[in-house]
Design a protein around this ligand. Sequence first.
Ligand SMILES: Nc1ncnc2c1ncn2[C@@H]1O[C@H](COP(=O)(O)OP(=O)(O)OP(=O)(O)O)[C@@H](O)[C@H]1O
Ligand SMILES: [Mg+2]
Length: 239
Amino acid sequence: MLDVRALVKHYPTAGGEPVRAVDGVSFEVRAGELVAIYGPSGSGKSTLLMLVAAVMRPDSGEILVGGHEISRLGDRDAARYRLHEVGFVSQTFHLISGLSAIDNAIVKLVGSGMRPKHAQQRITPLLARLGVDSQAERAPSELSMGEQQRIAIAKALSTNPSLLLADEPTGNLDTRRSRAVLALLSEVCREQGTAGVLVTHDPEALGYVDRAYTLRDGRLGEHRPDDTHLPLLPTLEQT
Ligand SMILES: Nc1ncnc2c1ncn2[C@@H]1O[C@H](COP(=O)(O)OP(=O)(O)OP(=O)(O)O)[C@@H](O)[C@H]1O
Ligand SMILES: [Mg+2]
């Protein structure tokens, strides 16, 4: 379903060497599979997801989704691809401040032509499952970070996307909510045949995925299970 080949994205910096944020990354995700990309802060996780979501263009390489190259789509086609194929949980949520939580969650359904009343009925069980149904009428500014994150997850899942891209979807959640969200993402992929990519630095998330890769300095490797508990920063005793 998703086939990423030799993907490269370097950011220019003022005066210095470019940052090799994504540096020759290749991987595949099949329909129905949830794959983790596990790496420390700054390793290129968000850059990689933004490339696959066609929010940003790579310098080189290919991104095939259902056999179609998406990295060279024009702006309109890229917007259509994001609306109809992709569920993207961005690290920064992208909620619209003038809309209630539930209206944010149904933005994509309404954008696809569904009547708002119908879309609200359809999204409500998902909001309940995520534990944010009682916050549905509030503005994003009246929600905690974890609640905003769960609204963004509901929005991403609302259209039954064929590709789910989740950037630290449990970054603001407590352990119980994290587990519930991870179980939901894994279930959605398995039951709806969605290809899922979960980027994270949370080792707990690795227990919910079919396979995992590690990402370090923009380079992808096979994840070895004994990597999981490696401290990503030196411990106090080591410094
Ligand atoms: N617009 C930019 N210009 C220059 N460098 C950038 C830019 N955005 C990101 N970078 C650099 O690219 C590298 C990868 O950043 P990215 O945001 O993809 O990492 P990440 O793994 O998502 O980190 P985190 O876990 O903190 O979210 C980092 O070294 C970062 O400093
Ligand atoms: Mg990031």
